[in-house]
Design a protein around this ligand. Sequence first.
Ligand SMILES: Cc1ncc(COP(=O)(O)O)c(C=O)c1O
Length: 367
Amino acid sequence: MLGFQPPAIGDEEIAAVTETLRSGWLTTGPRTVELEERFAEYVGAEHVLAIASGTAALHLSLLALGVGPGDEVITSPITWPATANVVVHTGATPVFADVRDSDLNIDPERVAELVSDRTKVILPVHLAGQPCDMDPLFDLALPIVEDAAHAAESAYRGRKIGALSEATCFSLYATKNIAAGEGGLISTNDSKVAEAINDLRIMRRMQGSLYDIVVPGYKANLSDVLASIALVQLGKVEKHREIRERQFAAYDAAIAELEGLETLERDSRDTHAMHLYVVRVDPERAGGTRDEYRARLAEQNIATSIHFLPVHKLTAYRELFPDQVPLPVAEKAGDEIFSVPLTPAHSDEDIGDAVAALRRVHASFTG
Ligand SMILES: Cc1ncc(COP(=O)(O)O)c(C=O)c1O
């Protein structure tokens, strides 16, 4: 089976972990601080805070901005459920704005229609690495927390994602472009937000030789063991992106010839992080549904995934918020999209195998 997104871990990461284990620091320490400094330089932000996960990064960012019961947070339905779950964890209500058909990113026009006096934060998600259309969101003059789990290398109109809004949240999860297994990073230029997140993540502030707490915080700090992996991965980020760029080009070339299959639009004014290659199936023209394509690819030993099923249709959200309004663009796309293998751990030959399988499967449906 050709894996969907196995991690690209080499001898350097293994050596870095060994060195950290021998250093005497297992928890947050010098490697974590170094990661924060290097990532701040990379994205051009004043502050970076290392966090236990991308999910916790989003949660603490919302709390730091004062989100709580009675508030609304407007977000995308085409995302990993964590994006909406953390809104629920704060006691606020997630309000889903439909996405644009072109790239399945949140549609700023739909967001503008949903803004109310309860709206506390807008939470856009840069799906697959394509930045959202940020200028119309900035025009709404509300605090923004970006879900940049897919967008480590992304830039919006020449400006790096990570230094644009109140807080930007990255993930170091096993499949991500900078992977440590688990972990997250928050970047911000607001020192008050940074301080609030720091109090929430580590539960402790030294006062001379004693400790004190200023809020009943969480345990959401990152360990040096994971930070040491992320540091090596950060050093490889451009090299790995170049490999994925070639993989994107191979898929683009195939898709262009396969009737009924498309990928998501990429805006040439932006830098795309090329985190996921999403294939969209028009069942009429492609001769089969998304689920049939995935099943046949699995028979050909090609693993695929879905990014994402619309969150508001998942059981917890149907039960918690039964009055959700229909989101036709997201719901249609949710039935039509799947993601193909993409990772620097795969060789050009591996991706060639995936492309050949996609062509065979397409031929089997279209005769
Ligand atoms: C869009 C998106 N948001 C948030 C997350 C949560 O990140 P983590 O797994 O690091 O908690 C993920 C993925 O894992 C994601 O894909």
